[in-house]
Each structure stands twice: as C-alpha cells, then as structure tokens.
Ligand binder design. Sequence first.
Ligand code: SAJ
Length: 412
Amino acid sequence: MHTFNSVCVIGLGYIGLPTAAVFAKSGLQVTGVDVNEHAVKTSNEGKAHIVEVDLDGLLQGVVSAGTLKAQTTPTEADAFIIAVPTPFKENHAADLSFVEAATKSIAPYVKEDDLIVLESTVPPGATDKITAWLEEARPDLKEVGGAGSVYYAAHCPERVLPGRVLIELVQNDRIIGGVTDECAERAQALYETFLNGECFLTNARTAEMAKLSENAFRDVNIAFANELSLISDNLDIDVWELIKLANKHPRVNILQPGPGVGGHCIAVDPWFIVDAAPNTSKLIRTARDVNDSKPSAVVDKVKRAVERFKNPTVACLGLAFKADIDDLRSSPALEITKRLTNELDCILLVVEPNIDALPEDLAASGLKLTGLTDAVEAADILVLLVDHREFKRLPASKRAEKIIVDTRGIWS
Ligand code: SAJ
C-alpha cells in the first residue's frame, strides 16, 4: 500500500478545513491553502473561522503539534485535495471557475507520483477537466504518460452533514472515482490513513453522479413532503398528523415539510443533473421547483394571518437554513423574513439564538435581533421558521394566545 507523508488542501471552508485537520491528526504533514487571509490567519492561530462542533479543539491540537500550517499559496506535497466551492451560474450550470483556479494554482507544485483528489461537488466530466487543465499547464506530465501512470487523479465527494462533520468524516463510507483504476486505489490509500468507513471504488464519472444523486434523492423526497403540506393546507388536513400516520406503514418514510430547502448543497446539486441531462431530469427539476416555491407559500400564509389584525406584531423565529446551526446561506427562513420585512406593514421581530448580529441588509432595514422571551411576549403572530432546540422547549402556555404559523410542525 502506498504511503503518504504530506497533503496540501486547497480551500479551508466547511469541508477543506475539517479535512485538513483530520489528516493532520492522523500524522500527515498538512498545508492548508486559502485565498481568504482571515481563514489562513485564524487557522494558524488554531481557531476555526466557521462554526462546527469540536473543530476548534482539533485545530488547536494539530496547529500546536506543528502538523497543520495554513498559507495563501500551495506547496509541494504527496497529495493535493481540492475542496473549493462550486456554485451555479444564472442558467443553473455549475460554475467551475474556483476548481479551475485551484487546479492551476497547484500545477507548478505537482511532481511525478503525486495524487490529486477533487472533493468539491461537480457535474459529470469535471475530474477529466482537472487533468486537462493540469496537463495544459504542465505538458511535461502528459509527455511522460499523464494521469494513471505519472501522476494520479480521482474524485472523492464529501458526504458530511453540517453539525456532525468531524464524526461523519471518519465514520461515513466514501466513494472514490479514479481517472484510472490505479488512481482510485491510490486515493483509497490516502483516505485510509484516517477513515473508519469503507471505500468503494469506481470511475470518476460515476462518483461525480453518485454525489449529485444522493442530494437529489433527498431533495425529491423533501419536495414530496412539501407538496403534501401544500395539498393538506388546501384540504384542511394537518400534514404533520398525516405524515406520522402514513409513516406507520413498514415501507413508508416520508420526510418533514418545511419552509423550503436551504443550504449550499441540496438546493444546488440537483441543478447540475438537470443541466447535464435536461430532457430526462423531469422529476428532479420539478422537485427543485416545488421546494423553491415553498417560501412564497409561507409568506402568503403569514399575510392571511396578518389581515385578521390591526397593526399586529409578528415574530419570525429562526433565520438559519436548518436547526441548531448558525449558517444562514441560502436559507428559506432568511428569504421569508426579508420578504415579510418588505411586504408587510407591521412590527416585525426577529429571533435567531445562534447569531450575535443580524445580516447587514436586515439590520439596515431597521430590524433588530430580539430575544425569544421578549419576542414571544410582544408578538400577536409567531412565524416558526426553524426547529431550533430553544423553540422546541418554549412552553405551550407562552404561545397559547398567539396566532401560529408553524412551518416545521414542532408545536403540532
Ligand atoms: N429539510 C427539510 N425536511 C427534511 C429534511 C431536511 O425541509 O425532512 C431541509 C432542511 O431544513 C434544510 C435542507 O433541507 O433547509 C437541507 O438540510 P439537510 O439536513 O437535509 O442537508 P445538508 O444540506 O445540511 O447536508 C446535505 C447532506 N446530504 C444528504 O443527506 C443526502 C450531507 O450528507 C451532504 O454532505 C451535504 O448535503 C453536502 O455537502 O452535499
């Protein structure tokens, strides 16, 4: 089995930073690279610039042991891991510009026998593009044989759940798609330095599609739950009771409706499939549309509740994209709160226990972050947008007199 002494991780974000730290803990010499100087500085101080359970402690350990060092430019290593964002463009096609820039940034440092792993979520064919970009910058690597004989390249998509990253990084099985079989085996040797889960080897294209399929599967299933909630509202049925009962069937497991699907993965990745195969991705596309339509349905429901009052006070509970995290990226709760701010003529209070300050645009519109107790006391209408633990614990007596729009079903 091939052994590795050093790894260079490009991108110190939600995936790259914990991955770098876990490799460093397993004894490899790790260089973490990011264009964001704040991320580099805080990492070198042994602190995480993102919120993730136990990451601060792990970073402190590996930085003081000298096995992790962060900097703004790559360096020579036995393996390179690319973990940079892949957003989508206006037309929903994947924007691979960060992946391309990362590949070009490591090109001068790649030596014979090195391994390059792409962890970012990408459309089918992107790993081949990496080898093409690399060989364009380094024709010498191609001349002597290219990927699979002179150097190795593979796709190993991340699968970790925010909030459980350090556990799932080590425990989850990994799919490794090699540009050749040898490439996949080489990447397996790298991940086995810390992995407790199993590695399953395939080609790069299948691995790319497997990652997209995992998140599209979840998106389609959430869309089914969201569609049921829209239908139930029209038919005057309690969707939460409906789903609880349907799930008593031994082969039925309906997910939970909500205010929409947020985050940087599930609301994005299915589009890469739709873009790659527009004519045959009808279900996946419709699921995206159903989930994206949910915030508007919630706004309409709140407006109907507001019409029953003269100058009511409305409290929006939660801004994060899911429970018990501070991540507001692509959050339906945030989208709904912004729309209510602009479209309602009433007092709006915002509660988000996981942040210290409101995003600038919300603060600029005169909104203030309010404590849960004060907001609940003052509000006529409670709009529950995120199932944070603090909201679950709110005694029923405190909300007894209020009009409730509960998008997560925690008070049903
Ligand atoms: N949601 C619902 N109803 C549900 C479950 C989720 O409305 O029953 C909503 C959440 O509130 C949130 C969104 O869906 O807005 C996504 O949350 P999530 O917990 O389903 O997933 P993420 O985005 O935090 O992480 C996903 C995970 N993928 C799968 O579970 C298939 C994770 O394993 C991936 O690593 C991650 O995407 C990623 O980085 O791709």
